[in-house]
Design a protein. Structure first.
Length: 535
């Protein structure tokens, strides 16, 4: 902490230069002055040094006053069943509603980490252990965290909860309460005031708006969220109320559904499929949400992402600025800005894309997407050392993160460090044996090692598991090396037939290479025919 405080301010080098210049002048005059005047020069030097030191301290304290607020999260309250601890819809409800209340009136003083940031980044099976939560909190720069457990005995919950200060590993308070099933929201509101008072001081005014109108609606929504958390999107959509498109008054419902359709539309577009219906549904839901609450930053952010997906740059910039104005502590807004031309965010004091990504990571160390984009930027500039360091920071938080292990493997491959590349990919096969992409990447590693038999094995596995079409291109090159031209031609034709669109560069590469092989074969056949005629 002390080193963060004494680090050089922006004007530091200029200030030190001025101080050194003035000090040299005073020293010169001191050396060439009479004994009577030397006391005055000593005093002058000390006053100049003291003034510089005072300006430095003032600058650092001013910067400290503008620093990020205290960071806190609420880990999912654990459902303490008779069989084993688990995360249920109530777990999400207790935690997320408490977070919503904390951020309502304390956004400038508290930075609550959202459950949507936390759960995908953590080892979910370990969240039931207090020691894991403490260790994880330290890795993600938290100042405080809340953990809780509850036991449901109809019609009540018996809830135990505590607030922990991370750097001191100190329990600030711990309580147990009996609450009715219908009192989750009321309980979370009261707990949010208690937490804020203990962190920021008592006698704070809190005008809190309840996010849910009824306990029944709350229960349905968090069951919906639990399905999404488990990767069961279809079940989540089946659970969503059919009336949400027309008469729902919940921005949370509308935004959650809009995000599903928006992401689905983006995925369809990448595959060359029609995305119009999904984007239109997302837009309808978001405009409805905006009509209910024009200050909801999540709505504004999702509208910006919708316009980014459709390359409507002016509208995207407008909504991103509005979102940032209402909440400057959401990392996704900074990441979304990177899709715009730098001239559109230069006035926000960000010189380039990397500056935005570094801000996103500072705000939310769990924004792994920002870290991966930053690593890609470093890789493109051949700063593979920084790319490696950036991805390893993700793995320090969660050593089992698949996308980070995959990216680290590709960076090691670019560094020609095939041993570490293999180690990263093999770790993925242990964690996710059905991941077809990793077998494709392992095939590439062995291809460059010229171990063609192993490469064939992994490329064929990738095709079998997920029909990885680019594996056909590498198989064609391998069989060409092995002089098995008919097999090479078959794989090239297969890759061409599986073209995903005009922008499919690998299909185009396969087409050109097939044309080259067939042209050479025709030329060789022609020469062979001429030789036969002459003989």
């Amino acid at each position: 902490m002390i080193f963060d405080f004494i680090k050089m301010p922006d004007w530091g080098l200029i200030g030190i230069g001025v101080w050194l210049f003035v000090s040299l002048v005073v020293w010169y005059l001191y050396r060439h002055s009479t004994t009577k005047h030397r006391v005055g020069f000593k005093t002058t030097f000390l006053l100049i040094s003291a003034l510089f030191f005072f300006v430095f301290l003032f600058n650092r304290f001013e910067e400290s006053s503008q620093a990020a607020p205290l960071r806190i999260t609420v880990f999912p309250f654990i459902n303490q069943t008779d069989t084993s601890p688990s995360i249920s819809w109530e777990s999400l409800a207790f935690s997320e509603i408490l977070i919503k209340y904390l951020e309502q009136n304390n956004l400038e003083e508290l930075l609550p980490y959202q459950l949507d940031w936390l759960i995908p980044a953590a080892n979910r099976d370990s969240l039931t252990f207090q020691n894991y939560c403490l260790a994880f909190a330290k890795r993600i720069n938290l100042d405080y965290f809340v953990v809780g457990r509850f036991l449901k005995k109809s019609p009540d919950y018996r809830v135990n909860y505590k607030l922990t200060q991370v750097d001191k590993n100190k329990i600030v308070f711990e309580e147990t309460r009996q609450i009715a099933v219908s009192e989750i929201q009321e309980f979370s509101r009261e707990l949010s005031i208690l937490v804020a008072d203990r962190m920021l001081g008592p006698n704070r005014e809190a005008v809190l708006k309840d996010p849910w109108h009824s306990n029944a609606e709350l229960a349905v929504f968090f069951n919906f969220k639990l399905f999404l958390l488990n990767g069961e999107t279809k079940s989540a959509l089946d659970l969503a109320p059919s009336a949400v498109n027309e008469d729902s008054n919940s921005t949370a419902w509308l935004n959650a559904l809009a995000e599903i359709y928006l992401n689905r539309g983006v995925k369809k577009r990448k595959k060359g499929q029609s995305d119009l219906e999904d984007f239109q549904t997302a837009k309808s839901l978001l405009l409805k949400s905006l009509s209910l609450d024009e200050d909801d930053h999540k709505t504004l952010q999702l509208l910006a992402e919708l316009y980014l997906a459709n390359e409507r740059w002016n509208q995207a910039e407008e909504f991103l600025r509005e979102s940032l104005l209402r909440n400057r502590w959401d990392s996704k807004t900074y990441v979304d800005f990177t899709q715009l031309h730098p001239s559109r965010y230069a006035d926000l004091d960000f010189d380039n894309e990397n500056a935005l990504l570094e801000k996103a990571i500072f705000v939310n160390p769990l924004d792994f997407n920002a870290r991966l984009i930053l690593a890609d930027n470093y890789s493109r500039k051949n700063r593979l050392d920084l790319a490696t360091k950036t991805v390893k920071q993700i793995l320090r938080i969660n050593p089992n993160r698949i996308d980070a292990l995959m990216r680290l493997g590709s960076i090691y491959m670019a560094r020609n460090d095939l041993l570490n590349s293999l180690e990263s990919y093999q770790r993925v096969t242990e964690l996710e044996p059905q991941n077809g992409e990793v077998y494709y990447n392992l095939g590439i590693v062995y291809y460059y090692q010229k171990d063609y038999d192993m490469a064939i094995k992994f490329f064929e596995h990738a095709i079998k598991s997920v029909d990885h079409v680019d594996s056909h291109l590498y198989l064609a090159y391998i069989y060409e090396q092995k002089k098995e031209m008919n097999r090479a031609i078959t794989h090239l034709r297969t890759r061409i037939a599986k073209r995903s669109g005009r922008a499919d560069k690998f299909a185009e590469e396969a087409r050109k290479h097939l044309f080259q092989i067939l042209s050479e074969r025709k030329e060789n056949d022609s020469k062979a025919g001429q030789d036969t005629t002459q003989n």
